[in-house]
Design a protein around this ligand. Sequence first.
Ligand SMILES: Nc1ncnc2c1ncn2[C@@H]1O[C@H](COP(=O)(O)OP(=O)(O)OP(=O)(O)O)[C@@H](O)[C@H]1O
Length: 331
Amino acid sequence: MGPHPTVAAIRLAVRRVLHDVLDSSAEPHPVVLAACSGGADSMALAAALAFEGPRLGVRAGAVTVDHGLQDGSAVRAQEVAGRLRALGLDPVDAVGVTVGRQGGPEAAARDARYAALDAAADRRGAAAVLLGHTRDDQAETVLLGLARGSGIRSLSGMAAVSGAGGRYRRPFLLLDRDTVRQGCLAQGITVWEDPHNHDPAYTRSRVRHEALPVLEKSLGKGVVEALARTAQLSRDDADALDQWAADAQADAAGDDGSLDVRRLATLPAAVRRRVLRRTAIAAGSPPGFLFARHIEEVDRLVTGWHGQKALNLPGGVAVLRANGRLVFSPS
Ligand SMILES: Nc1ncnc2c1ncn2[C@@H]1O[C@H](COP(=O)(O)OP(=O)(O)OP(=O)(O)O)[C@@H](O)[C@H]1O
C-alpha cells in the first residue's frame, strides 16, 4: 500500500523542488535545510525532506529558530531539534535570536528569523532552505495587502523561489494547509502549535481565523484559491512592469544617472513610478522606508510641476529638478 494521498502530494511537492535544486547546483550532493518551527506545516516539510532527500542524493538537514519570546522557548527548540534528528535529518541546528523592535513585533521576529536562517545556511554551505508556507499563507498575504491598498508587487505575495541566489524555496505554495496538516496527522508526526498563531493581537492571526473564514462563509470556499491566483497573476504583471522600468530607466538616464524629464513624462504612470523608485534606491534610499507617497511626490516634479526644485527622500537622498533633468544625489 502506498502512502496516504496527502503524504504523496507533500512528498511530490518536495521532490520537485529537490530536482530543481540538484539541477542548478554544482554540487552532486548539496545540503538542503528545512526551516522548521515545529508546527504542522514545517514538520510535514521536514519529514518529506528526510524521506526524499536521501533518495536523490541530497544531504537533508534542518534548522529551528528560537525567538526567545516565550517562557521555555529554548527547551522547546531543543525538543523540536530532537524530533528533527529522529526523522533522520542531519545536520540539525537550533539557533537562538534576539528579536529587535523595528517595524512591529511580527516584522521584527521575521527579520531576526531570516538573518538566523541565512547564517545557518552559510555555516552549513546549504544550496537551499525550504520554507513551509502554504497556499493559505499566500492568500492571507494577499488579503492583508488588499486591505492596506498595496500595489501589485505586494499583492504578488511570496515567491516560490526567493532570497540571495534563490536560496529560499517554498514547495507547499500550491498546496492547501488542510492537505499539509492531514499529511502530518497521517504520519503520526508530533507537532507544536505556536500560540501566537491563535493570538488575536497579531494581524495575521486575525486574517487567518476571522477575516478569511467570514469571506469563505459569505463568498464560498474558493476564496483562498482565488486570492492565491491573484498572487500569481500579480507576480507576472509586476515582473513585466519591472522589466519595462529597467529598460525605460536605461533609456532616460544620462551618463551621470540623472533622468530626462521629457522622456519620463511619456511613460505610463506605473512604469514611471517604478523608474523613480529604482533610481531613488540606487541613490541610497532604503527600500523599506521608501513609500508610495514619497514616489508620488517625486512624480510631481515630472507631471504637474509647479516650479518646485527639490525634495528630500528617506536615507538623505535629495531630488533636484534642473535643466529638464531629475538629479538624485545622496547627501
Ligand atoms: N521558529 C522558526 N524556525 C525555523 N523556521 C521557521 C520558524 N518559524 C517559521 N519558520 C518557517 O517559516 C514558515 C512560515 O512560518 P509561519 O509561522 O508564517 O507559518 P505557519 O503556518 O505557522 O508554519 P508552521 O505550521 O510550520 O509553524 C514555516 O513553515 C517555516 O518553514
